[in-house]
Design a protein around this ligand. Sequence first.
Ligand code: NDP
Length: 293
Amino acid sequence: MTAQLIDGKLIAQQVRDAVAVEVAKRTAAGKPKPGLATVLVGDRVDSATYVASKQKACQELGMDSFHNQLPGDATQEQVEALVKRLNADPKVNGILVQLPLPSHLNEERVLQLINIEKDVDGFSPINIGRLAQKGRDPLFVPCTPYGCIYLLEQAGVKIEGANAVVLGRSNIVGMPAALLLIGKNATVTVCHSRTRDLPGVVRQADILIAAIGKMEMVRGDWIKPGAAVIDVGINSKPDATRKSGYRLVGDVNFDEAKEVAGFITPVPGGVGPMTIAMLMKNTLRAAQIQQGE
Ligand code: NDP
């Protein structure tokens, strides 16, 4: 292996420790605990697991968490009424609506209802709009892309002036990651399912962020020697040696890429733990903003 491993588990733990210290200082000073409200509509097992990890993180860091569960057939009005109630609740500093919502609901309308000061996921159109505008800062940066950039910075990768390639243009990962890289003065190419000659484009990348959800699609010979590779993908690969029958792999063929890249994140243990760590950081920030700090 020639690449330096970027240890997301360790870096996420450092972020969490720093948040916990700050929360403890605030509570010792008599300030209320930061509080995160989670909203889960329906009973998707993966969504329930993500929400449970977020609640657990709140407890571990000394924050309050308030869970709100609605049935899968909840109406638009019910979901909106819940968000409005959480907007008005002073104990709730951050609101996280777990996506995806069931398909009969209008996700955009729900997200734009969240008070911008409580939008700890950073998905409201106002936050994303600010991210896209030069010289404007969003109140909150979406957690997974925030984690990607944080990992690059912690690894000492120079973003300014670099050629960065982002694979994927989703609202939650690819597009905000590209906007963040532009904001940090990288020259950014965004690829998607209609991009021609993907290997050729990826070979230009000093920094590669892969977020396409295609198991090990990026091969070692696509990687520019010395490049920094951030693998966001989470895919289940059949593995008879595991009790579960599968293991998690990324969008990048790790075994091949680690021989060429300069830096690389593993899956699991790379970007994954950063998402919740950045959510906790955003929730603390929300409490600080709401208390006028
Ligand atoms: P989406 O399915 O919303 O978006 C996938 C993107 O990849 C789309 O822009 C799509 O293009 C593009 N794409 C799909 N196939 C190809 C292809 N063959 N070549 C080039 N581009 C392609 O996924 P998400 O952004 O939500 O998630 C991406 C991955 O990241 C998933 O594996 C997901 O599990 C993981 N993830 C991990 C998180 C973490 O915490 N680590 C958090 C969130 C996601 P088009 O727009 O043209 O359809």
